[in-house]
Design a binder for this molecule. Structure first.
Ligand code: FAD
Length: 448
């Protein structure tokens, strides 16, 4: 009996997919080089898709894959953009059936959720009950809870609610060397190598997260959304730094560079958009926070049409499709410079990228602020027919500049795209990562 038959016996015929065209949705993630590549002959032979319903079945799949000498790739929402999902010659585990949601402890605001649950569905479930997670990535309609944990994700309301590391209170997982593990929810933990930290940004290398315990908050009933126009991006960076240092933080803040300000609002300068949340009947509190922030920002004119930006934000996929049809590939790159290097990184990298053959446009924004620095996000437009030619060089150059000013990633993860450069940041630590992963997954099933 071959691996597909063994998996059918374990899961039932409905939960194993092989062959063309049924495997088609599993051939891609959102990595730009994958979006712009042709399917090759024989691709259908590369992998078998298994859709488990519980941890027992995941353990069974890992056992069969190990005995058959096949690797295992995890497909959750398929929205990662750094080539982390690699289906070739593997068993692909589709986690979509792990999608239950339940209150674990409503008094504490803790929700227990299956790792395959789509973030938008969890947020809708919470909203219907008057709660929110405040974790709204732009990929909210596709990305899953497990994917967000594994890829170290963050949402647009990070200033108020934090990243996945701030809301992940515990988890359950299957580890190849150990089987089932559970780390119950706790508001803070002081024990060695807290597993929820180890799994955050683990990129599927140490095990498969099956359930997460996440913090939820009462949904805000009062909110203020405003936009200010600043003379330049450089000036905006300085003001963001002041806001971060003085801890007068909104729930969401974003600074667009001159290119994005022109495209979005048709204005000259750099747009600063922010949102402040509060409970019902707390307009004074929300207004006071907004005014304090405006005092720190200093002189600036208001932007009237800011609501439009909030509405347009989730139509990103439609914009991407239009550019795709026009022969333009869109790559996004995020880095985390210290405040002292943020403007230098922006100017230096923008100029380098614009000087590259095939690059037709570069813009950037800052969407996440931290006390020591920020998350800066570049959008690079590339002629699609030159993409594969310039891609490696583009990343090599970008990462070497980013490493001079801070971190080489912010929330998209390492994947295959950043893997060659990880030693720029992990001086002497790569070996430790490999040893930890080998101890938990000795046969290397989960490591492409
Ligand atoms: C348009 C767009 C906008 C985006 N915006 C944001 C954003 O605002 N913020 C942000 O952080 N990211 C963003 N991303 C990137 C992407 O959504 C995240 O990386 C997301 O966390 C991936 O989740 P996923 O469920 O799609 O995972 P997948 O892409 O399916 O999986 C990626 C890898 O994660 C690992 N993995 C997934 N699930 C598990 C699990 N349960 N256990 C163990 N390992 C697992 C596996 O190694 C897997 O191959 C965006 C992507 C797109 C396309």
């Amino acid at each position: 009996m071959g691996p597909a038959e063994r998996l059918r016996k374990l899961l039932g015929d409905d939960y194993v997919i092989t062959g063309w065209p049924d495997i088609l949705p599993y051939t891609r993630d959102y990595t730009v080089t994958r979006i712009h590549s042709e399917l090759r002959d024989g691709e259908e032979d590369w992998f078998i898709v298994a859709i488990p319903g519980d941890e027992e079945e995941i353990m069974g799949i890992l056992r069969i894959a190990g005995e058959e000498g096949l690797g295992v790739a995890i497909y959750a929402g398929g929205s990662n953009v750094v080539g982390r999902y690699t289906p070739r010659e593997r068993v692909v585990i589709d986690l979509s059936r792990l999608c239950s949601i339940e209150w674990y402890d409503e008094e504490s605001g803790v929700v227990a959720v299956g790792a395959g649950t789509i973030i938008g569905e969890l947020e809708d479930w919470l909203n219907r009950r008057g709660w929110t997670m405040g974790m709204i990535p732009q990929s909210v309609s596709v990305a899953t809870v497990g994917g967000l944990i594994a890829m170290g994700g963050i949402g647009m309301y990070s200033s108020g609610y934090g990243g996945i590391e701030d809301i992940l209170l515990g988890l359950e997982a299957v580890i190849p060397a150990l089987g089932h593990v559970r780390i119950g929810p706790s508001p803070r933990r002081d024990l060695p190598l807290p597993p929820e930290r180890l799994f955050t940004s683990s990129e599927g290398m140490i095990g498969i997260v099956t359930k997460a315990y996440l913090q939820a908050y009462p949904a805000p009933e009062t909110r203020v959304r405003r936009g200010l126009l600043l003379p330049s991006f450089e000036e905006g960076v300085e003001r963001l730094r002041r806001i971060a240092h003085h801890r007068v933080r909104p729930d969401m803040i974003r600074l667009l560079d001159e290119v994005e300000t022109q495209v979005t609002f048709g204005l000259e300068g750099a747009a600063l958009i922010y949102e402040v949340h509060g409970p019902v009947d707390m307009e004074e509190y929300v207004e006071a926070r907004a005014r304090a922030l405006e005092r720190l920002v200093g002189e600036a004119s208001g932007i009237e049409s800011v609501e439009m930006w909030f509405e347009e934000r989730y139509r990103y996929m439609a914009h991407l499709k239009r550019l795709y049809s026009a022969g333009i590939a869109v790559e996004t790159m995020e880095f985390s410079p210290l405040w002292s290097g943020a403007t230098k990184l922006y100017v230096e990298l923008r100029d380098i990228l614009l000087g590259m053959d095939g690059v037709v446009g570069v813009s950037a924004h800052i969407g996440h602020i931290h006390p020591a620095g920020c998350g800066i996000y570049f959008t690079v437009l590339i002629e699609a027919d030159k993409l594969h030619e310039v891609y490696q060089d583009l990343w090599r150059r970008a990462v070497s500049v980013a490493a001079k000013y801070g971190g080489i990633s912010h929330h998209h993860g390492m994947g295959m795209v950043r893997k060659p450069y990880i030693e720029l940041e992990y001086d002497g630590w790569v070996e430790a990562v490999e040893r930890i992963a080998s101890a938990l997954d000795p046969d290397g099933l989960l490591r492409p």
